[in-house]
Design a protein around this ligand. Structure first.
Ligand SMILES: [Fe+2]
Length: 191
């Protein structure tokens, strides 16, 4: 991360282990939890460090791509790792469009390239197997956020503004698996 750069926020984080007795395995679990969260934050810090030239990135997209899709937010694959370790997509959000409420099957990081996104955070309840809304955060242009895989970080992203919003998303999956290998869709307490 560049010197003086703001810290990369993760989504809301509530450890499922904190209320359990602290055994050696509990402590191991906490260390693993912290490690995977750090990995996602490091990816986000690289995104923030390397992607200042939004116009150059967006110029790689085909004409009309930034207009979005009337039915749902549009996704455009912009980079694939030759070894299949990660993929990057630009998402185009028309006003009112949003993602499902989801945890993640892989680490992820995103950066708001243009406009404003709304991110709603949820907490997973293992007893009811449902998620409950906790906070809502506005992500302005330039905001860069990370989330590790699993149900510790559950969120929904959407465009609550009157203008199209653009964001770049990186996921730790082969591009062939983006459709099914990223979002871990969950039910909410009021569903
Ligand atoms: Fe997500």
């Amino acid at each position: 991360m560049p010197t003086g750069a703001p810290p990369i926020p993760a989504c809301s984080a509530v450890s499922p282990y904190l209320s359990l007795p602290v055994t050696p395995l509990d402590r191991l679990a906490l260390d693993i939890e912290a490690t995977v969260a750090d990995c996602a934050r490091m990816v986000a810090s690289h995104v923030a460090a390397h992607l200042h030239d939004t116009d150059a990135l967006l110029a790689t997209l085909p004409p009309g791509a930034l207009l979005g899709n009337p039915d749902t937010y549009a996704r455009h694959l912009v980079h694939v790792d030759p070894l299949g370790r990660f993929s990057a997509m630009v998402l185009v959000w028309r006003p009112g469009q949003s993602s499902p409420i989801h945890g993640h099957r892989t680490w992820c990081a995103y950066r708001v390239l243009r406009g404003t996104l709304r991110e709603q955070h949820y907490q997973w309840d293992p007893a009811s197997q449902r998620a409950e809304l906790t906070t809502t955060v506005v992500r302005e242009t330039g905001s860069t956020v990370s989330a590790p895989h699993g149900l510790q970080h559950i969120h929904a992203l959407g465009n609550a503004s009157d203008d199209i919003a653009l964001s770049l998303h990186l996921y730790g999956v082969h591009h062939d698996h983006i459709a099914t290998g990223v979002n871990l869709v969950v039910q909410t307490a009021d569903a």
